[in-house]
Every structure is written in C-alpha cells, then in structure tokens.
Write a protein that binds this ligand. Structure first.
Ligand code: GTP
Ligand code: MG
Length: 341
C-alpha cells in the first residue's frame, strides 16, 4: 500500500485508479491510505457542479476541462450519481460525452454511483477528492445531480460551487430548488441558445436580489450542522459590500460559448476567497462539519455494538403498541448501555 501511495505522489495513474477503488469501496486499509495522503492535499481547486438532471452539467464539465487544459492546467473529473444504484444510465452517457477528453494524460475521469447509504456516498466522494488532490491535479471538477442532500454535500467538499439551471425544465423557479441558491457561488444558465433562457436569468436575478443586500442569508456551520443565518440588514456597509454575490453566467456548453466568462467568474470567486481570508473560514467550516459527521458515525457504530439486537425489536414493538413514546424509548435504550447515559 505504501508503494501505491508513493507511486500516486509521483503521478502514476494506475496507482491513482487503484487507490480510488480502495477508498470508494471503503476497503479495510482506506484509513491508512487517506492518512498517508492527507498531508499532500489542500492544493487543488475543487469545483462542484450541481443542478437538476439534464441541465447540461456533464457537457459543461467537458467544456471547462478543455478550457483549463488549454491554460496548461491538469484536471480530474469526478462524476457522482446519487440517484442510480447502477453505474449505467447517466454515467454511461457521461462517458460518451467526455470521450473527447480521453488520450490526454493531463485529464483523469472517474465515475461513482450510489453504494449503500447517501452518507456512504458523500464520505466516498470526499475521500476520492482527497486522493485526486494528492495526485497533484490543479483542478478537480465534481459533478453531482441536485437530488436532496447531495448538493449540500458537494458544497461541503468544494471551494467553488456552480449551480446549473437551464430553460425548458418546467417552472423556472422550481428548477432551482429552495435552498440551493445559498450554496451557489456562481449560477450558470446553460442552454442559453434555447427559448426561455432570458426568463430563467431574470427569475434567478429576482431570487438573488430578494435576498440582497443586507438581508441575504448566509450559510454557516454550527456544531456540525449547516445553518442559514438571516443577517438583520443593518450590518455595516463594508460587510455588505464585502459579501460575495453569485454572478449569473450564461453558457451554451455544447458549443463552448460562455465558458471563458464562466472561468473568469470562478477565478474571481477564488480571488475573493483568498483576499478576504474567507478561504480559511470556509475550510474551517468544512472541517468542523466533517468532524461532527465522522464522530456521529463512529459513536453510532460503537453504540450499536453495545446494544443487543433484540432490544431494538422489543422497543419498536412497545412504541407501536403506544406503551412508550419514541423519545422515552431512546432514554431507556441508552440507560442499558454503560458509559453513555
Ligand atoms: N441546446 C443545448 N443543449 C445542450 C447544451 N448543453 C448540453 N446540452 C444537451 O443537453 C443534454 C443533457 O446534457 P448533459 O450534459 O448530459 O446534462 P447533465 O446535467 O449532465 O445530465 P445528468 O447527468 O443526467 O443530470 C444533452 O443532450 C446535451 O447535448 C446547450 O448549451 N444547449
Ligand atoms: Mg451528467
């Protein structure tokens, strides 16, 4: 395993593929691997790309990859599909779409489908990003379908999050789900060649302006949870001005249009984070949330080992029979476990 880590750090692509498989499958030695790699992480600019199905995320990722390659930057792509238990469907489509990138040693593409729980997928995503980061890529593009928890997860692993919308997906406002605007650093209206694109831009603008300036909500980490904090609108002027207002960029990904502007917007966000010490803050928040996540998981695993299996069946039956309420049941279960109650 140490050999593989050494090879990965030296740019060996076979070692990269094998280590990705090890962390994705939550292999027994993955802890060791990630610990060895961790000091070499934190250098890549991780860009999350999320949005409703079919908005053109994969096409956009392909176009961005080509543009970054033209700048001489190396790019790793991670396509995460939380909606499909199979690595067919969407991911197969991605493969075909991204085929034009193959043969370039400065590009590495990897797909990941759901395995087990959503929590398992977000842990595997974080780990895969770290392996790619340690491998020395300048840019890591992570595509995930905006489905429930996954888009929040992507914002927790990315430095810049792109939220992609497109016209023709039914109600423009509903195409961008509630809560997703808060995670967007840059809003992309793709398929700008389609009718209705201006409407999509306009409604996104309205949604953004409703929340700005002063009353814009901010997402902050608190005890491992993401909280939305409404600012009171009387904050000092500098603070309001210093806030990042997500720009809206129109693209036609399939023709490479608007990609230069999109890369500029990403660069501006990167500079904003770097100049304002906001990057340190962002990383702290992400670390805090990850730590709580992992702690919760580790404690739960230990706890479940200490509780005899039949206790659960028994308690579920008693709750269903209305003999005990769920909260009291939790207390009763914990009371049976030494060192916890
Ligand atoms: N007209 C037009 N079509 C586009 C554009 N970008 C992508 N498409 C097409 O839209 C379809 C979906 O594109 P994808 O890139 O697979 O979209 P996606 O968001 O990755 O889709 P999922 O991964 O399934 O959620 C494909 O047929 C693309 O060729 C665009 O800018 N204009
Ligand atoms: Mg896709």
């Amino acid at each position: 395993m140490n050999d593989l880590v050494e090879q990965l750090l030296n740019g060996n692509r076979r070692a990269l593929a094998r280590l990705l498989t090890a962390v994705e499958n939550e292999a027994a030695n993955r802890g060791e691997v990630l610990a060895a790699l961790f000091p070499h992480t934190g250098r890549a600019w991780v860009i999350g790309v999320t949005g409703a199905p079919g908005t053109g995320k994969s096409t956009l990722v392909t176009a961005l990859t080509k543009a970054y390659r033209a700048q001489g930057k190396t790019v790793a792509v991670l396509a995460v599909d939380p909606t499909s238990p199979f690595s067919g469907g969407a991911i197969l489509g991605d493969r075909i779409r991204m085929r034009e990138l193959s043969g370039d040693t400065g590009v590495f593409i990897r797909s990941m489908a759901t395995r087990g729980s959503l929590g398992g997928l977000s842990r595997a995503t974080r780990s895969a990003i770290r392996v790619m980061d340690a491998a020395g890529f300048d840019i890591i593009l992570v595509e995930t379908v905006g489905a429930g928890q996954s888009e929040v997860d992507i914002a927790l692993a990315a430095k810049t999050t792109l939220v992609v919308d497109a016209p023709g997906l039914g109600d423009d406002v509903q195409a961008i789900k509630a809560g997703i605007l808060e995670i967007a650093d840059v809003l992309v209206v793709n398929k700008a060649d389609r009718p209705g694109a201006k409407n999509t831009v306009r409604s996104l603008k309205t949604m953004l302006e409703l929340g700005h300036p002063g009353s814009r909500s901010q997402v902050v980490a608190h005890h491992g949870q993401l909280l939305r904090v409404e600012s009171n609108g009387v904050g000092n002027k500098d603070e309001v001005e210093a806030m990042w207002l997500p720009p809206i960029v129109e693209t036609v990904a399939s023709e490479g249009k608007g990609i230069g502007e999109l890369i500029e917007a990403i660069d501006r966000h990167r500079h904003y984070l770097a100049n304002d010490a906001a990057l340190i803050n962002l990383e702290r928040q992400q670390i805090e949330i990850e730590l709580y996540d992992r702690l919760r998981e580790a404690l739960m695993t230990r706890l479940l080992q200490k509780i005899p299996g039949n206790v659960f069946a028994d308690v579920i039956g008693r709750i269903q029979a209305r003999e005990i309420d769920p909260e009291s049941a939790v207390m009763a279960v914990l009371a049976k476990v030494p060192d916890v109650s």
